[in-house]
Design a protein around this ligand. Structure first.
Ligand SMILES: C[S@@+](CC[C@H](N)C(=O)[O-])C[C@H]1O[C@@H](n2cnc3c(N)ncnc32)[C@H](O)[C@@H]1O
Length: 192
């Protein structure tokens, strides 16, 4: 092997070692970060038209409490308070999105009616929810279902953007712009 080949090999080996060391140090700590581990769906905001249809479908009465599980930037909370005179609670795992939502709540002047809790939607206390909105995915809905059945009182509504709750029969399904589906469920849910 010539000197140049040896130099290239040794450089590649050093790079490989450096990368392995980085992976060994960074990946376990990422996996142990509770926010990383519990983030079960990415942030994709529901379009304004879908938010409005979800809240309309839920037939919210003034003073009712809406929980948005995985509340993202807080758009559903803000619409629920401003347009439907509801109280709103968001549960959001991302500290950044929770902080952003708090700022929006302050800016809109609705802090007495809306709040966001930085936490895991799968362990959140849902006591007092009249309406729960979700935009997650099918497996996550399935994991959430026992908690909805445990916490929600008769007459409460669950509205899900795009993903059905497997095992429940929706009261209504609405399509928006041939693109979005909204599922409405009423408690106690009728089982499929
Ligand atoms: C598809 S977005 C929906 C945002 C908002 N609800 C909407 O419809 O515009 C899903 C949100 O769930 C949050 N999320 C993911 N896993 C979570 C968990 N375990 N607990 C709480 N929030 C979570 C994500 O950070 C993200 O903001």
């Amino acid at each position: 092997m010539g000197v140049v080949q040896l130099q290239v090999c040794s450089r590649a080996f050093r790079l490989y070692c450096a990368f392995s060391l980085f992976a060994a140090m960074a990946l376990p700590s990422l996996a142990q970060d509770p926010a990383y581990v519990k983030k079960l769906a990415p942030f994709v905001g529901s379009p304004a038209k879908v938010v409005d249809s979800m809240l309309t479908l839920a037939n919210i009465k003034p003073g009712e409490t809406v929980f948005d599980l995985g509340s993202g930037d807080g758009r559903i909370l803000i619409a629920a308070v401003k347009n439907y005179k509801a109280k709103a609670v968001g549960i959001e795992i991302s500290p950044k999105l929770a902080a952003q939502t708090n700022q929006r709540i302050q800016k809109e002047g609705i802090a007495s009616d809306a709040r966001v809790i930085e936490g895991d939607l799968l362990t959140a206390d849902l006591t007092g929810a009249d309406v729960v909105t979700i935009y997650l995915d099918t497996p996550l809905n399935a994991r959430l279902r026992p908690r909805l059945e445990k916490f929600l009182k008769p007459g409460a509504r669950v509205v899900s953007h795009d993903y059905a709750v497997t095992g429940w029969k929706p009261t209504k399904v609405q399509e928006i712009d041939n693109k979005h589906l909204i599922y409405l469920y009423e408690m106690p849910p009728v089982k499929n």
